[in-house]
Write a new protein. Structure first.
Lengths: 205, 212
């Protein structure tokens, strides 16, 4: 069980980093001036967030080894989850970027900052603050979706329970335990997110 | 040839079961959500505590764990449900918890003045709720409910893991017997889900833009 909990946390952590990266890159493409970049990011986001993550996981576990990427199944599944949760992050961050007042863009360029500095120092921090509540929900959904990885039989905590059930058949208690474990983790994560939101709110105009 | 026969099975049996499970779960989500959301508007501390606990627990655990609990765990307590009923129960309970938050949010977003005006006209609480608040709240509930529907369609694929022969499970059984079929079948399944969800999600975005 402890081993399963550990895998859940590892996958969640990797997933958060991955989904935020996909989200940031995708949202910058979604709001860029290049039609090609916009089209690619839109197609990616719309396709992945409108199809079930469980099917992405099936796909990744079968497909990645065939194109020569020989990762353990749990890594393939994590990549699939990153794509799904990342697609949702793209939409959230895009909305955040669009919600930054136009005057901020104008002020940033009036200061003579390079385009990268404008984005990194002026626009992105504000967009991030605006997006945080929705982004937080997406990260919580990611934490819960790590349970899907058990579908391919790994050591993630739900999967461990299935192995134990096969031996002991005391499933009701086990699923209650797993449920309590997730409930506690979700509570911890949402507390961290709420504190971050409060901290950042101080910088709001 | 084998792909064609698998495709026919996907588009008939598989799609039918996915839609059946999803639509029944949506109905439970809407009716449960409206019931519990309106109950929250009564502002009774005891009712609030019970509804909040229900919503927080169901939204705090993964749907898959809930589904496994209903299918594998409940028989131990003497409640035995077949695969598709267990999937519908789990999806419906989960959807109702999300629906409650949608309805509650929409009701509380209607200005307090509306309730006061209704009361001043001599209407009782139930009349104010059903003729003044809910009709206005309904417009605000529509986009989030539509996006909940796409989540329900996506999540109905979890039913495959307890053996419901939906789109995904039908495809899996087929490519388990013929490994060469995994790519076309999984791709087909993805595309079918996309064609169910994309129109709903587009409509939801359009509606949201029009309402703001």
């Amino acid at each position: 069980m402890e081993k399963g909990a550990l895998v859940t946390f590892e996958v969640t952590l990797a997933g958060i980093v991955g989904a935020l990266t996909v989200g940031t890159v995708g949202a910058s493409m979604r709001t860029s001036n290049s039609t090609l970049a916009r089209g690619l990011a839109t197609a990616f986001a719309e396709f992945f967030r409108n199809t079930p993550p469980l099917v992405h996981i099936y796909f990744a576990v079968f497909a990645l080894p065939l194109v020569g990427i020989k990762f353990p199944a749990v890594v393939c599944a994590t990549i699939a989850l990153i794509l799904y949760q990342g697609a949702i992050s793209i939409e959230i961050l895009r909305a955040g970027l669009e919600a930054v007042p136009k005057g901020q863009y104008e002020a940033a360029s009036a200061l003579g900052l390079s385009p990268l500095a404008q984005f990194r120092d002026i626009i992105a921090p504000q967009a991030f603050r605006i997006s945080l509540p929705a982004l937080g929900n997406n990260l919580i959904s990611l934490l819960k979706n790590t349970s899907l990885i058990s579908a391919i039989g790994t050591f993630e905590i739900t999967g461990m329970a299935q192995d134990v059930i096969a031996i002991r058949l005391s499933s009701a208690e086990l699923y209650l335990t797993i449920g309590a474990f997730y409930l506690a983790s979700v509570f911890a994560l949402s507390t961290i997110l709420r504190i971050t939101e409060h901290r950042l709110a101080r910088y709001a105009a | 040839m084998t792909y064609q026969s698998a495709l026919v099975e996907l588009l008939t049996r598989g799609l039918e079961i996915t839609l059946y499970v999803s639509v029944v779960a949506m109905l439970i989500a809407v009716s449960g959500g409206v019931l519990l959301g309106v109950l929250r508007a009564v502002r009774n501390p005891l009712i609030d505590a019970v509804v909040i606990a229900y919503v927080e627990v169901l939204r705090g655990i993964p749907l898959l764990v809930l589904m496994f609990f209903v299918f594998f765990g409940l028989p131990q307590l003497g409640i035995r449900l077949n695969e598709s009923v267990a999937a519908i129960v789990a999806l419906g309970l989960w959807g109702a918890a999300n629906g409650t938050e949608i309805v509650r949010g929409a009701i509380f977003s209607i200005s307090q003045g509306q309730t006061e005006a209704g009361t001043a006209l001599g209407l009782n609480w139930l009349q104010v709720m059903s003729t003044i608040i809910l009709p206005q709240a309904l417009r605000r509930m529509l986009p989030p409910f539509m996006s909940l529907f796409t989540s329900i369609v996506e999540s109905s694929s979890l039913a495959a893991l307890i053996g419901v022969k939906d789109l995904l499970e039908t495809a899996r059984i087929r490519f388990e017997n013929d490994a060469s079929l995994w790519f076309p079948l999984l791709l087909t399944v993805l595309i079918i889900y996309f064609f169910i969800n994309y129109p709903i999600s587009l409509a939801s975005q359009r509606l949201e833009k029009r309402l703001t």
